[in-house]
Write a protein that binds this ligand. Structure first.
Ligand SMILES: [Fe+2]
Length: 330
């Protein structure tokens, strides 16, 4: 790959190693494997998000049956919508509950985020402090479609594979999340034209220019693919943002068509789930596509969500949950 000039400066070249595997459902040359995986996936994926809901009585000690239900939901749609039956209302209890559930689902390695506490959790709330103000997650503004950690790329082994988003307090108004299984997005794109997927699996498909972080440090260019296969689990990883500024797509017609198609799919697909998390509810997922509408706080309700990002894929370790119907990883 040639280094090219952009409005942000010279893009750093990357090694020209294709992210596309030679076999399996995410290989463009293994149509039989893709067809088999696709049929299984579409048959298992629910059309109603209530099918992915699981009640957890004691989040500090989820039962085997509860974990099996979570694992089954994740196997179907890469996400589970959970509800703590006796939702902790104090923040330290809520933090412990989210940490315990994450651990029970196999998440143990967490992103060292500059705004995270020692438990890895980041409070997503309107913040006026110097570190967080000016960053959209800590405002009332909407957030477009993305997967977490898209702005970094250090190879698939450092991808954000899973994420938990837990609501302690909803906003007075708004703050609706949309969730979309990234494996379904992959299917939609490949069904339109495999060339779209091929473009997004190139190692220079999506580049994020250097930026100044919350702690004042400067993040270097992040150049990598949108889709790639996780070498550790065989699962599909996705790195994406719908933002228009501060992003450089590969400069070719197929990539541009793929980006446009992905925007259309996220805007219209019937398997996009929109929901407003209430107090004590959350989503645990394999870093699926998601967005957020803007919201309004008032004196009685200030929105507080906890977010946990992990380098581990949910239930990737054997024996975590004995879930009937849990799909073997491709
Ligand atoms: Fe996010």
């Amino acid at each position: 790959m040639q280094a090219v000039d952009t409005p942000f400066g010279a893009r750093k070249p990357v090694a020209g190693i294709s992210a596309e595997p030679s076999s399996g459902p995410f290989s463009l040359t293994d149509e039989a494997a893709y067809r088999a995986w696709r049929e299984t996936k579409l048959a298992a994926h629910p059309t109603d998000p209530t099918a992915l809901a699981v009640d957890i009585v004691d989040p500090l000690a989820p039962s085997r049956a509860e974990l099996a239900a979570v694992a089954t939901a994740v196997a179907r749609a890469d996400m589970c919508l959970y509800r703590f039956v006796d939702a902790p209302t104090d923040e330290s209890h809520a933090r412990r509950a989210v940490s315990a559930l994450a651990a029970a689902c196999g998440l143990g390695r967490f992103e060292k985020h500059r705004s995270a506490g020692p438990d890895g959790l980041v409070a997503i709330e309107v913040a006026a402090d110097a570190h967080r103000s000016g960053f959209i997650p800590y405002s009332t503004r909407p957030i477009g479609w993305h997967t977490d950690g898209y702005y970094a790329y250090e190879g698939p082994s450092r991808a954000i594979r899973a994420m938990v988003l837990h609501c302690v307090r909803p906003a007075a108004d708004g703050g609706v999340n949309a969730l979309f299984d990234h494996e379904i997005a992959y299917i939609r794109l490949r069904d339109r034209d495999p060339a779209l997927v091929e473009a997004l699996m190139r190692p220079d498909a999506m580049s994020i220019p250097p930026s100044v972080e919350e702690d004042g440090s400067v993040r270097d260019w992040a150049v990598g693919p949108v889709f790639e296969v996780d070498p550790a689990t065989g699962g599909l990883l996705m790195r994406y943002t719908a933002r228009k500024r501060h992003i450089v797509w590969a400069d070719d017609a197929t990539t541009r068509a793929a980006v446009t198609a992905l925007e259309e799919i996220c805007a219209t697909d019937p398997l996009v789930f929109r929901l407003r998390l209430d107090a004590g509810q959350g989503v645990v997922c394999n870093n699926v596509l998601h967005d957020r509408t803007g919201f309004g706080d008032d004196a009685h309700s200030t929105r507080l969500l906890y977010r946990l990002r992990s380098y581990d894929r949910l239930f990737a370790s054997p024996g975590l949950a004995d879930a009937p119907g849990v799909r073997a990883l491709p």
